[in-house]
Design a protein around this ligand. Sequence first.
Ligand code: AMP
Length: 393
Amino acid sequence: METNSRKKSAGPILPGAVIGVLGSGQLGRMFTIAARRMGYRVHTFSPETDTPTGQVADVEIKAHYDDLNAVRGFASAVDVVTFEFENVPSATAQAAAECAPVRPDGAILHTTQHRLREKTFLAQHGFPVTPFKAINTVEELRAAVAEFGFPCVLKTAGFGYDGKGQAKLTSAEQAETALQAVGHQEMVLEAFVEFSCELSVIGARGVDGSFAHWGVIRNDHRNHILDVSFAPPNLPPEVVQEAVDIARAVLETLGVVGVLCVEFFLTTSGKLLINELAPRPHNSGHLTFDACVTSQFEQQLRAVCGLPLGATAYLRPAAMANLLGDLWQAGEPDWAAACAFPEVKLHLYGKMTPKPGRKMGHLTALADTADQAARLVQDARAALQRTALPTAG
Ligand code: AMP
């Protein structure tokens, strides 16, 4: 039921309209840049101010996600609501949906923000997932450990990302100590996957069911956080096709309108297993901003506005390297040194406080091959630190 004060039309939401973004991080910032380029206005909603999204949006609303009156006020002033942060409570998405279309649907967030719900959904629909068990008691943990053996990975069921809330277990003693440490939280135990690489497929699905993707992007992690991504991935075409087919089926089964990333492990025996889903643009897709005809952010905009999806072709092979807060340890990185690489693009998210592990920005490089681009982007990142400048003050 849409009881909003703005007049909502049945057709596409056209430039000049207002898009509401729940969340205010770098994903919202890049979405907002894409939306403003096409003449839309953007309102962002989160519990903070001077945020990466708020700095480039038309309106920044500061309120808690459980302030449902504030959520309704926000949604009433926009033509469509989307997300850049999936850990928004279900009640927030429902309150927004009383006032404007919410895309993707709040039910999709509800499934994907909780590892156990997500994995159960995927397994029930026949998708290949990392073997897992729900863990509520020490007895369940012992039984699951006996089945999977060591090593295995214990993860919190809710609110985990970038390796937060997870531990690799190598002994029964360690397993029980880890469970005690988290108290009565619901957990998931996963078999440890011996993988040859990690991959992602970012898919977009329009209001009319049309589908677009950027092929397979290959991802290297460091300390559980994405470090470098590159595309095309130098993998057999049948692996690429299978990953894209799985991703498409996931978007269709969930009924996504918007963008969703499927993260995979490619096991050493050549099998694709889904690690997790993210119902929004993804860090591994940041390279599409500079490397593709249509970026993941513009595609999210087109999808949620009911516009035709754009072409996803790569202009050139590309790579992306994350810039974490750790880079600031020796002082302000030397930005001019990275800009001295003419085919490297600098993206900074406007975050004031660098902290270890915090995503502050990224570099993208374009080159003749993905390998060259990956080398280039890492050389440029290394140059940032060689001549780091002492931080002012
Ligand atoms: P996640 O937060 O679940 O995406 O995990 C972050 C990273 O930890 C993944 O990208 C992998 O590099 C590693 N990881 C997570 N789960 C497993 C697993 N079951 N087996 C092997 N490595 C894993």
